[in-house]
Design a protein around this ligand. Structure first.
Ligand code: ZN
Ligand code: ZN
Length: 270
């Protein structure tokens, strides 16, 4: 079964309209397709997200897609709620909580804009110590569900985005793993579902999804729940690597993943 709840459009940094994305999803055979445009984040330099003046039209477009595909594909209205925005608004079907940036004493640190910006930020705000930066990132991540009140944890280990092959730090370093596991254990106390997110793969940054194997193993051991997300930004990537993501999950011993259905959250057997 194909389902995805993480979708961007040309309301923010996606390439295509809500209607075009819904059409592409239906053509690809999706049973469930959710829209999760970036929440309004004026404090992130150069990236305001979905500004309040655009929200009503985004909502209308998604509701129109819901009507268009009624009985054929479940369409859901969501937001990818950034931790800096605060709690998700009422009236959504669901929300994904994500840390794309966080507050430091020196200013806002942006995690996923570019490798250069990440490295520059580590120099400016953390005296060049990547592990201090990672610690601060996961401290913010540990609070993402409490702050956003979201249902889904977006790309838990986004701080790995530019670290393919250990390019910036050692993913086996206890300073990395302790910070990640502390945040993970905090989030596992909530009901939130963790994404397996293939968005950085479809855009050429990574060759495997978030979360990385060490984190996947711990989510499984501790009974956490997962969903599969393409985090798509264009019509050609709506289903990117989702079948493989199911196999990736099964490889860690998961026997099901979760998505939304007409009656709320539903489990899909692996
Ligand atoms: Zn995101
Ligand atoms: Zn996203």
């Amino acid at each position: 079964m194909l389902a995805n709840l993480h979708t961007h459009t040309n309301y923010t940094d996606g390439a295509d309209s809500v209607e075009a994305m819904a059409d592409a999803a239906y053509a690809a055979g999706f049973a469930v397709f959710g829209f999760s445009e970036h929440s309004h984040t004026p404090m992130i330099d150069g990236f305001p997200g979905l500004t309040p003046d655009l929200y009503p039209s985004y909502r209308e477009d998604v509701l129109r897609a819901k009507d268009k595909y009624a009985g054929r594909m479940e369409v859901f209205l969501g937001l990818e709620q950034d931790i800096l925005t605060g709690a998700a608004p009422d009236g959504l079907d669901y929300a994904i909580g994500s840390v794309h940036s966080f507050e430091t004493t020196g200013g806002i640190f942006v995690v996923d804009d570019s490798r250069e910006r990440l490295i520059h930020g580590v120099q400016s705000y953390f005296g060049g110590d990547i592990y201090k930066c990672i610690h601060a990132y996961y401290e913010a991540e540990s609070r993402v569900i409490a702050v956003t009140e979201a249902d889904i944890v977006g790309h838990f280990d986004l701080v790995m985005k530019y670290n393919e092959g250990g390019a910036i730090f050692d993913e086996g370093d206890p300073r990395y793993l302790d910070a990640a596991f502390t945040a993970l254990d905090e989030l596992l106390k909530t009901d939130a579902i963790f994404e397996i997110n293939t968005g950085a793969m479809s855009r050429g940054y990574r060759t495997f999804p978030y979360p990385s194997p060490a984190i996947m193993r711990r989510i499984r051991e501790r009974g956490g729940r997962i969903t599969l997300s393409s985090d798509c930004h264009s019509t050609d990537t709506v289903a990117f690597w989702l079948e493989d993501a199911a196999k990736y999950a099964a490889g860690f011993g998961f026997d099901c993943w979760w998505t939304l259905g007409a009656g709320g959250l539903t489990a899909v057997r692996l």
